[in-house]
Design a protein around this ligand. Structure first.
Ligand SMILES: Cc1ncc(COP(=O)(O)O)c(C=O)c1O
Length: 404
């Protein structure tokens, strides 16, 4: 292998995915130059035994030397997370959204307990299925009733089910998430049933940080957690916030030597920077993401493209959903082949039928830019290669919502 294989790959990746493409994946975003610089800084080389670690019931001082700055970076990142999410406690140690979910679940359940989440066929996160996290922790996995017509929880039926089944844990939030939940009836059912209600905000964390979509902690979730790199424009990683001292203490006990050891201090520093950016720009950014989703939905639909839930305004998140049956009828392609066709024009989408507006918003796209994007999207959908036009459009944007 060439000595420069990986560096060459990096350059090829940057050219393709940053310079030449427009990314409509809802799971991704772009970090600022400062957040990226922190990822490749000396923090990437260093260890520190995370503060709050306990050993045999005793608080353990940091056993590494040279950690003064890293420790302060963690404290500052936590402080910012508390400010941005208006929470009493914050933890920036989870290495990803999945790890944040594992920490939250193990901190709120015991073996054989029932946990209920949205089923993956309704857009729920696959990791909550019986073969995954519940299996690892010896939990029983249930699902929450779903109203497919409104693409939301079937709230009253779900509340009744919670009262009857009395699960130990209910998780709201999903991978395909268009509309906020009506949390009050769920919260009420949970508090009557001794059920802990938590919110997996992996997808909508950037919207929540900006005060949009919904306010899970205010609306009754005891813990909010998620990925920091989807609608939240930080590095890949996770975080957990809560107002409960008891939950925070339980979470802390499940960090060092249980679910994490080294928590990647370059990621924590980079997340701190993203939190700083979110504190400054969050409300503006989150509102623009949602306006962009609604406008892109409108522009695509007006061009005959099958975007669902027009009568509900298409979306209140960073996502849109395609009607894959109609897509097949119009273009003769299943969603997987369709996503491959779009990639040939450097319009990057997934094979789940979702479109995402978080990254284009981070780049600076506003409503006025979306008719032209919809035109290119439709040309590509018909099978025309519009790579060069996509590149020309991409070149007009740099990055918005960034500190100078
Ligand atoms: C709802 C939800 N929760 C958790 C995760 C896992 O997050 P991560 O990929 O950051 O581990 C995902 C990932 O897509 C997700 O969509």
């Amino acid at each position: 292998m060439k000595n420069t294989y990986f560096l060459d790959s990096m350059r090829a990746q940057e050219k393709w995915r940053v310079e030449d493409s427009i990314n409509l994946l809802p799971s991704e975003n772009m970090t600022s130059p400062q957040a990226r610089a922190l990822l490749s800084s000396d923090f990437v080389n260093r260890y520190t035994l995370p503060i709050n670690a306990e050993y045999a019931g005793e608080f353990l001082e940091n056993s590494y030397r040279g950690t003064r700055i890293t420790t302060d970076v963690e404290l500052k990142a936590e402080e910012l997370a508390r400010e941005v999410f208006k929470s009493k406690f914050a933890c920036v140690q989870p290495l990803s959204g999945h790890i944040a979910a594992m920490i939250t679940i193990i901190s709120t359940t015991k073996k054989n307990d029932l946990m209920c989440a949205i089923a993956s066929e309704n857009g729920g996160y696959d990791g909550y299925g019986p073969a995954y996290i519940p299996d690892i922790f010896g939990l029983r996995a249930g699902t929450l009733p779903f109203d497919a017509d409104n693409f939301n929880l079937d709230t009253q039926v779900a509340a009744d089910q919670i009262r009857k089944q009395k699960p130990r844990l209910v998780i709201l939030g999903a991978s395909l998430i268009l509309f906020p939940y009506d949390m009050a009836p769920i919260r009420e059912a949970c508090s009557r049933s001794g059920t802990t209600l938590v919110y997996d905000g992996s997808h909508v964390l950037g919207l929540i940080a900006g005060g949009e979509f919904q306010k899970p902690l205010k609306e009754g979730a005891e813990i909010l957690y998620g990925s920091t790199h989807k609608s939240f424009f930080g590095p890949q990683g996770g975080l957990i916030v809560t107002n409960s001292k008891e939950h925070d203490a339980a979470i802390r006990k499940n960090l060092t030597w249980r679910i994490v050891d080294n928590v990647h201090w370059n990621r924590v520093a980079s997340l701190g920077q993203a939190l700083l950016e979110m504190k400054r720009f969050g409300p503006q950014y989150a509102k623009q993401v949602i306006r962009n989703s609604q406008r892109l939905g409108r522009e695509l639909k007006d061009r005959g493209f099958p975007i669902m839930f027009e009568d509900l305004g298409f979306s209140r998140s960073h996502q849109l959903l395609m009607d894959v049956k109609e897509l097949k009828a119009i273009y003769g392609l299943g969603i997987n082949d369709f996503s491959i066709r779009m990639e040939k024009s450097n319009l990057i989408i997934d094979s789940g039928g979702r479109l995402g507006t978080a990254e284009i918003t981070r780049l600076g796209f506003k409503e006025k830019d979306l008719p032209a994007l919809a035109d290119l999207f439709i040309e590509a959908a018909k099978g025309k290669n519009v790579k060069s036009q996509v590149k020309a459009m991409r070149d007009r944007f740099d990055m918005a919502f960034r500190l100078r």
